[in-house]
Design a protein around this ligand. Structure first.
Ligand code: HEC
Length: 477
């Protein structure tokens, strides 16, 4: 009797321990749940989640060695990459999972545009997702500033310029991000804090809510795609029917978990192989706040750089700030604007064409950027004029246009500015008016300078040429 009681007690206690952590409810409500059958491409969500976990783990590992002071940051990244055991691999995995995450994020959004994944009852899931989208982009940007090489400094400048353009509070925003009137050590500290604390805390909380909502409302099932669904009740009935049915449904564990896990594993393997073979992102020379910087972005932003460069110079400086804001608002409004009952790519021809145009556009712009070392990021500050030099009215206008047409995103004048092209005060041979005219309209092939033919008016060109003629006589560095 006594021993039988003992056994009973033991079993009872065992059940209680897992119960104190709510395992049975989790098992019954999440794991042992019937769901509509999943296709492999529905594994993109799990893939994003797992890539994020890997980012967190590799990121925390690197903070054990990374120093966020401007005079040591670069050396600590070099140390992690070149000397630390497995440091190169860890940094490589962090780098490649970051880039692949941006790609997967775009495809996740496109997939839901095709399916109508933001429709009733999933508007909340989508809205949380929009915030996650921008937070991941913020991570993918602030991360590469932490290297504090010349490209990082350049990237920080581009973004500070963007914030500077925000109406009314632009100056305050720049002060807040920069940590003072000048780009420096405090700026790096702020980017670090945003990258390792602020955004991850927000992002992980939103991921938790997003996943909860995915479990609650389920993924877009085949049945939903085949017939219109107008209300949440209709959706619930249809979803339940598919999940419970023998041929349209499956068990979340193990079927769905296995399928989505396999996709996540495959994608991670790609990141791992790239980390092993190509290694982490290239380090440029240490960031130098006074002199030159490298106008180049990470590959997941190439499309944006090319897009900005293709826009007319009068539009580009406004567009490159306004675009992310407009995109954010448009994505938030989408579930309110498109409330039709149709889901699935076949019933949504407009969105099929839209996504196709976006994907082709992104690939085309990215490809365009790889063939050219130019960059389109406008820099609003025209080159300064040496002491004692007085410009004619025409060349003074030319100096402003020099910045407006992005010449200064590549050319320094008298030692000040960027160094993609030669310093114009430092040319080997002074060019004549006619030579300058011809060169700017159509630089020789293979020159890393865009042809301005068709993109500049004759009067603007004359003024710029006038300025360059004078700039050639500025003191050499
Ligand atoms: C994306 C970068 C980029 C932009 C933007 C750019 N250039 Fe250039 N530019 C270059 C490069 C690189 C060269 C060097 C070409 C070579 O190898 O000879 C060059 C060469 C030149 C030269 C001839 C220098 C020489 O040695 O003969 C002039 C003049 C010039 N650029 C003026 C301009 C003006 C004016 C603008 C704006 C309207 C401009 N560039 C915009 C990259 C750029």
């Amino acid at each position: 009797m006594a021993s039988a009681n003992g056994i009973k007690n033991k079993v009872g206690r065992k059940e209680k321990i897992t119960e104190r952590f709510g395992y049975a409810a989790f098992r019954d409500k999440v794991l042992r749940r019937r769901v509509p059958k999943t296709s492999w491409y529905q594994g993109d969500g799990s893939t994003l989640t797992i890539l994020l976990v890997i980012q967190v783990v590799t990121g925390i590992t690197m903070t054990l060695y990374y120093t966020n002071a401007a005079d040591h940051a670069y050396d600590s990244v070099r140390y992690i990459t070149d000397q630390l055991a497995m440091g190169r691999l860890v940094r490589g995995i962090h780098y490649w999972t970051a880039g692949i995450m941006v790609v997967m994020l775009f495809s996740h959004v496109f997939r839901h545009l095709l399916l109508g994944g933001y429709k009733v009852p999933r508007q909340g899931t989508w809205t949380i997702g929009v915030f996650q989208f921008f937070l991941v982009l913020t991570m993918s940007f602030t991360g590469y500033v932490l290297r504090w090489d010349e490209r990082a400094v350049y990237a920080a400048r581009v973004v500070l310029n963007m914030f500077h353009k925000v109406p009314v509070i632009g100056d305050e925003l720049v002060l807040l991000i920069q940590g003072g009137p000048q780009l420096g050590s405090l700026t790096l500290t702020r980017f670090f804090s945003v990258h390792v604390w602020v955004v991850p805390v927000l992002l992980l909380s939103l991921v938790a809510i997003h996943l909860y909502l995915v479990v609650l409302h389920g993924v877009t099932s085949r049945a939903e795609r085949e017939q219109p669904v107008a209300t949440a009740e209709e959706h619930k009935a249809m979803y339940r029917k598919a999940a419970l049915s023998e041929e349209q449904g499956e068990w979340f564990q193990p079927h769905t978990m296995f399928m989505t896990g396999l996709v996540a594993f495959a994608v991670f393997s790609i990141a791992f192989i790239l980390a092993l073979t190509i290694g982490p992102g290239e380090l440029y020379p240490e960031g130098n706040l006074v002199g030159s910087s490298v106008p180049r972005e990470e590959w997941w932003f190439w499309w944006y750089s090319a897009l900005i460069a293709q826009l007319p110079p009068a539009v580009a400086p406004v567009f490159y700030v306004a675009f992310p804001v407009l995109l954010f608002v448009a994505m938030l409004l989408l579930p309110l604007l498109d409330r039709g009952p149709n889901r699935g790519a076949r019933r949504r021809p407009f969105w099929t064409v839209f996504v196709l145009v976006c994907v082709i556009g992104l690939l085309w712009l990215t490809d365009m950027r790889t063939r050219s070392s130019w960059t389109g990021w406008p820099d609003p500050d025209p080159p300064s004029v040496p002491h004692g030099v007085v410009l004619s009215e025409k060349s003074a206008q030319g100096r402003l246009l020099f910045a407006r047409y992005g010449c200064n995103s590549c050319h320094a004048v008298s030692g000040e500015g960027r160094r993609v092209g030669p310093d114009l005060a430092d040319l080997e041979r002074r060019l004549s008016l006619a030579e300058l005219h011809g060169f700017i309209l159509a630089p020789p092939e293979k020159t890393a300078m865009p042809a301005y033919r068709g993109r500049i008016t004759e009067t603007d060109l004359e003024r710029i040429v006038e300025f360059v003629l004078v700039a050639q006589t500025f003191p050499r560095e």
